[in-house]
Design a protein around this ligand. Structure first.
Ligand code: SF4
Length: 571
């Protein structure tokens, strides 16, 4: 029996996320290609974190006919539930693996291994000794070709790319069931869905740092293909979806794509798509989006308002449209062919606030903008940092909501204009970058968090992921979830409702809601507003309480006792 192993070393690209709790389309399409070739094939899917924890997985790989590794960070990120594969560990894991044919694919094969923001990528040749094929093209096509050619790597073009979106129609559906092997399946796994690849702005060269224009103008997947894939994923038990694999969701099936830089958005197509998803996946728990081009929202406010309304009608709340701002400095914008100026970004932020700021059932606003800034671009000066900060301050002053501000240093990707400049300006402005980050975290992020989730807000279905000391950290599922710190060591891998009690710079503090006062830990009791260590000890000593009155009596301050009843239950 043909055995193919897939090692998911995770991907993070401008238009695709595949770090847990996300699974990218790469392993799904590749598994589909294998099963389309031989429906009896055994396909084993493991993540790099599983391999680190259990090296006996290497024995499974050693008995396979083909091992496909997916890896590569093209944008810098920090992750809570997964740690991407590094080139060094791939060398270490695969050095002794003799029998199987080994293929590397994903952004690491195409552009190299991104190591951290501001640092040059590591060339894929670094790991060439342990791979038989570095697939710069599309992994699913190359794997299909390999299988057709009886695993003879010399007969396969490593640059093979899909000609159009119809080439993934079948593999996307056939491969959907591979998600069942993900360690987070089904409850905590978000499937990243591709709606199209390629950027409309590729006709003008695109932004200087971005790899997406190399994929050419947009090649849209038909709604029916996307819906069939989602139906297949849903039938396995998947309930979390993100339409994140495209440069701009507002430009899906835009009119004039490939001919003009900012094609006219197509609200009808998006209405059909979102309505269709709800019809085939009625019990879904998450339906979110990701990227949006602020230049499109600014140029086509009428169409984008309609699209935002459709999204809100069918999605789940807490959604984020991540706007690629990169810089508001006119010199940087001009030199790097960026997509929008400060006024255009501001109008996009206002439009999303107007349509999306109402609070949804999970405690978060329906749909908010997030802003991405990139540093180290051509034309950047010390004044760039001042201009970016002032722009953010203006958003705060105007009372607008932002879900997230992402400040990162560019990774110079081979094949982009930025690659020629390298990390020169990243190095030159590292102090300015650090200082801006500090100011934004302390003076913008925290007030913004207070606005987005005021004290006392109840957030539903927070999934508990890790412990750090005596604090449990969790997040709601979705695009750019808020990090929630809960004082006390709670059982992990459960969903919990929480009530907000405080703020960090990029996280919030909350307690389980309603808090079972008779069993709560001392740490959690201490964190309750107005309680502190002394009163928490007193509450703990007087337990169990049979009713709320007993709790109020146990405290030295009846007013505080009444306030606490908003948080706790004696049941
Ligand atoms: S608009 Fe710029 S950043 Fe966005 S996908 Fe196109 S080239 Fe990349």
């Amino acid at each position: 029996m043909l055995t193919v192993s897939i090692l998911d070393g995770y991907v993070d690209e401008p238009t695709c996320l595949g770090v847990p709790p996300y699974i990218s389309p790469y392993p799904r399409y590749i598994a589909g290609a294998v099963w389309n070739h031989d429906h009896t094939a055994r396909v084993v899917y493991r993540t790099i974190d599983q391999l680190r924890a259990e090296q006996s997985i290497l024995e499974v790989f050693a008995r396979s006919d083909l091992v496909v590794v997916i890896a590569g960070m093209a944008v810098p990120g920090r992750y809570l539930s997964g740690f991407p594969a590094s080139p060094n560990e791939l060398l270490a894991f695969f050095a002794g693996l003799k029998k199987p044919v080994k293929v590397l694919c994903g952004p690491s094969a195409r552009y190299g291994f991104g190591l951290a923001g501001g640092k040059p990528v590591r060339d894929p040749r670094f790991v060439a000794a342990v791979f038989d094929l570095i697939a710069q093209g599309d992994g699913e096509l190359i794997v299909a070709e390999l299988l057709r050619n009886k695993l003879d790597v010399d007969r396969v073009d490593p640059a093979l790319c899909r000609l159009n979106a119809s080439m993934i129609r079948d593999s996307a559906v056939t491969g959907a069931r591979i998600v069942e092997q993900h360690p987070f399946f089904p409850q905590y796994l978000i499937t990243e869905i591709e709606t199209y690849r390629g950027c409309p702005r590729s006709i003008t060269g695109g932004c200087s740092f971005c790899s997406e224009p190399s994929k050419g103008p947009p090649d849209f997947r038909p709604e029916s293909d996307i819906l069939t894939e989602i139906a297949a994923l849903y039938s396995t038990g998947i309930r979390h979806f993100r339409l994140g694999n495209q440069p701009c969701i507002f430009s899906y099936r835009a009119k004039g794509a490939g001919e003009v830089e900012f094609p006219e958005p197509n609200p009808d197509a998006l209405e059909r798509l979102f309505h269709g998803i709800r019809a085939i996946a009625p019990e879904l728990k998450t339906l979110h989006i990701d990227n949006a081009n602020p230049g499109v929202l600014a140029r086509y406010p009428r169409e984008c308002r309609r699209i935002a309304k459709s999204i809100i009608q069918y999605h789940t709340p807490g959604d984020v449209a991540a706007l690629g701002v990169e810089s508001v400095d006119p010199i940087v914008i001009a030199r790097n062919n960026l997509k929008a100026d400060a006024n255009e970004v501001l109008s996009a932020v206002k439009l999303l606030n107007e349509i999306g700021s109402a609070r949804g059932a999970n405690g978060l606003p329906e749909l908010l903008p997030g802003l991405n800034f990139v540093f180290g671009l051509d034309g950047e000066s010390k004044d760039t940092f001042r201009q970016d900060y002032q722009f953010l301050q203006r958003i705060v002053d105007e009372g607008l909501l932002l879900r997230r501000i992402n400040l990162r240093q560019v990774i110079p990707i081979p094949g982009t204009k930025q690659f020629e400049l390298g990390d020169k300006l990243v190095k030159r402005h590292k102090h300015e970058f650090r200082r801006l980050k500090h100011y934004v975290r302390t003076e913008i992020d925290r007030p913004m968090l207070k606005r987005v989730v005021p004290e006392g807000t109840i957030l539903t279905d927070v999934y508990l992921e890790i412990h750090e000391g005596k604090v449990t950290f969790g997040r709601q599922l979705g695009s750019y979830p808020l990090l929630v710190g809960i004082p006390g060591v709670l059982s992990l891998h459960q969903f919990l409702d929480v009530k907000v009690i405080g703020y960090g710079y990029r996280s919030i503090t909350a307690v389980p809601y309603p808090l079972a006062v008779n069993t709560a830990s001392l740490e959690t009791l201490t964190a309750l507003p107005g309680v502190g260590a002394k009163r928490a000890t007193r509450i703990a000593a007087r337990r169990p309480f049979r009713n709320a009155g007993e709790l109020v009596q146990a405290l030295d301050d009846p007013e505080l006792g009444q306030k606490l009843l908003e948080y706790i239950t004696v049941k």
